[in-house]
Design a protein around this ligand. Sequence first.
Ligand code: WQD
Length: 337
Amino acid sequence: MKNILVTGGLGFIGSHTCVELINSNFNPIIIDNLDNSEIWIKERIERIAGQTVTFYQGDCRDKGLLDQIFTDNQISGIIHFAAYKAVGESVDEPLKYYDNNLGGLTAILEVSQKHGCSNLVFSSSCTVYGTPDSLPVNETAQIKDAESPYGTTKIICEKIIQDLVKSVPSYKSILLRYFNPIGAHESSLIGELPLGLPSNLVPFITQTAVGIRESLTVFGNNYDTKDGSCVRDFIHVTDLANAHIKALEFLLDKNEGTCEAVNIGTGNGNTVLELISTFEKVSGQRLNYSIGERREGDVEAVYADAKKSQDLLEWQAKISLEQSLRDAWNWQKTLEK
Ligand code: WQD
């Protein structure tokens, strides 16, 4: 059974990926500094998967700890999630984002190379496209200046990995550009855990529906879209997790170096108002929401051209928007108010 280092493995996408790694006969080795996750997620992963997972509490910038992990375990590949990801916070605290997101990646690259591990799946984002010139957006689209320091860290991290592969031709990496991850594991044992006020849409919807939040504000309904609200490509977190397994298997099968960016989305766009109406349908709950001003930095519409993920990774999204929102709602109802 191959050991896979999963940085940020107790986070939203990381935890779901650890479950799917075990389902695919890999052994996840988790490092997480618990900045944006909870230690009890480890036990939940173990309960779902039916086996214990190795966990190191610590920061990816700690090269001594990374050295220890690579010495303790024969690591065949890395899935690098660990990064700060709140768009708004990154505008207020850019240095925190550059230090953590860039420093964590360079430390991982340096130590993994030293230990002869050259397979990296990197957690990137469709945010690198900014406002695409055409839709659906594919991987050859121009990388635009990001709307936030968070987005800029994703662009720079992709370039760091691309430059490394140019200098070390045996290095192999897949850059997964996520669209909008939503939902929760079908067991309702793990899911999205925003600390404090959620910035993302779906946790705000479910917290409003369960009574934690008074009401949801829809950030603008005067865009040039079918109902005036923004369009996004919402993908179930379990589908997203499985894309990481496919990317890892692609790298492990490859003999020569590579660096490929791949969109991970459903290929469908839905508006914010469609999401709300779909949530009301699947939950049977009326949602209290109002229309507000546009949010600074929001892109009017973005959704994936999902062809490359099918051709290169033999992966495609399978879970419906309805099921994603049902899973998100079931998860929310397990959380204390
Ligand atoms: C989606 C839509 C909002 C909240 C960002 C990052 C991306 C990834 C996901 C990390 C927008 C609208 C939201 C609310 C609203 N980050 N909205 N009311 O901005 O598409 O993507 O988060 O993994 O890299 O860029 O996601 O969920 O914040 O917003 O109307 O209370 O919902 O305006 O149109 P976004 P989001």
